[in-house]
Ligand binder design. Structure first.
Ligand code: MLT
Length: 399
């Protein structure tokens, strides 16, 4: 008889955003006349920019001609894109080898897939609240999780505690959902902790392009020592609107080498390469062509214009919070506004109130962990009109 992975019994019934989608679908069915505004999942609304679209078209044409047609591509990504990413890091003062860069279909997949490289008896440290993929994928594997509290007392930026040991540490900065962003000194504390404890940091930089303050690190590799203890995940989803087109990248430095139980060297870079060549056939050529144009001067300029548009939405949401006397966080170095639910309401109660009374969808903070209860997240990725309309409706809750 087949034995199933019973770790799945330890998961919540559904993934956070699937759960929200189900509730919203039910509400929509029961209230067909209500115009729902969705500021829940961080899905972008602006189309891919002109240079990406042009390159996608060119790549489609290449696929129609036998001379330029592409079949299987390199599992690690085409060199033209890996080199574009290498140059992008170079401009930040970070030197990478092309073979340390693995093109992926997004940070969501890779922050989960990376667990393949680690034994199940590692202890995983995960901030609470945080992006639920880290918790769920490690529960699926049956790994022990220790949570570190992120709350307003530590500005939602927990720091290492020598009394709490872990082998794998997830860090998301700028943080999803709170919008908090570590500075260099704080990240250095994490790197030092990891080096001292021979732990690995799994650094999710999916929102790095929202960092407005030049003094804040956009990559863990800005921190001395990180090449020996950190893997970085990044994505073009929020940077350039690839949520539906799917393209990201993972950086696995060659300096991370551990001794196996029989004394041989094990390189995480080689292991990830081995894993990807076995389980992944790469991102489609057409998509990689579009993605490469994001890193050109023109592409970066266009992405920035779109990010500025979302930031203006964040400002509109933040202003509304101020007007309503609500304590909020984020929105400066992040696309999310994280706020305290009014009248000490629980997150799901506030979710229901918003949906039922004003037909606006947000994300209940408790969906990101127990410390998120009593908080709520709004996304700035809606279009301008919808964001303004949602905030007008929001204010009516307080009249
Ligand atoms: C979110 O809303 O937290 C993100 O859009 C989810 C994701 O990136 O997978």
């Amino acid at each position: 008889m087949a034995k199933l992975n019973e770790n799945y019994l330890n998961l919540k019934e559904s993934y956070l955003f699937a759960d929200i989608a189900k509730r919203v679908a039910k509400f929509s069915e029961e209230n067909p006349d209500k115009k729902i505004i969705r500021l829940g999942i961080g899905d972008v609304t602006k189309p891919l920019n002109k240079t990406v679209i042009e390159n996608l078209h060119l790549a489609v044409d290449e696929m129609s001609d036998e001379k330029t047609f592409k079949g299987y591509g390199p599992e690690q990504g085409y060199d033209f894109l890996r080199n574009a990413i290498k140059d992008y890091y170079n401009r930040k003062g970070i030197n990478l080898e092309v073979s340390e860069i693995f093109v992926s279909d997004g940070a969501k997949s890779d922050t989960g897939n990376i667990t393949d490289l680690f034994s199940v008896d590692n202890i995983v440290m995960i901030p609470d609240p945080v992006y639920p993929v880290y918790v769920d994928t490690n529960i699926m594997n049956g790994r022990e999780i220790v949570y570190i509290d992120a709350n307003k007392d530590n500005d939602f930026l927990p720091l290492p505690d020598e009394n709490k040991k872990a082998d794998l540490i997830y860090i998301c900065s700028p943080n999803n959902p709170t919008g908090a962003c570590y500075n260099k000194e704080q990240l250095k504390m994490w790197v030092d902790y990891a080096l001292k404890n021979e732990a690995i940091i799994l650094f999710d930089a999916a929102y790095e392009c929202f960092i407005a303050d030049d003094s804040l690190p956009t990559s863990i590799f800005e921190i001395e020592g990180a090449r020996k203890c950190a893997i970085e995940f990044c994505s073009l989803s929020k940077t350039a609107g690839f949520t539906g087109t799917r393209c990201g990248y993972t950086i696995v430095p060659k300096d991370i080498v551990f001794k196996s139980s029989n004394g041989s060297d094990m390189s995480l870079n080689q292991m990830w390469n081995r894993r990807q060549t076995t389980k992944f056939n790469g991102v489609p050529y057409i998509i990689q062509k579009g993605a490469a144009s994001v890193f050109t001067e023109e592409g970066m300029k266009m992405s920035k214009e779109t990010i500025d548009y979302y930031k203006e939405n964040a400002r509109i949401i933040a202003n509304t919070m101020e007007e309503c006397g609500i304590n909020y966080y984020g929105g400066i170095n992040s696309p999310y506004i994280w706020f305290e639910c009014p009248d000490n309401m629980g997150s799901w109660d506030f979710f229901d109130k918003m949906l039922n009374e004003i037909a606006v969808v947000g994300t209940p903070g408790v969906g990101f962990g127990k410390n998120g209860d009593g908080y709520f997240r709004l996304s700035s990725f809606g279009n301008r009109e919808a964001t303004i309309e949602a905030m007008e409706r929001f204010k009516t809750l307080f009249k």
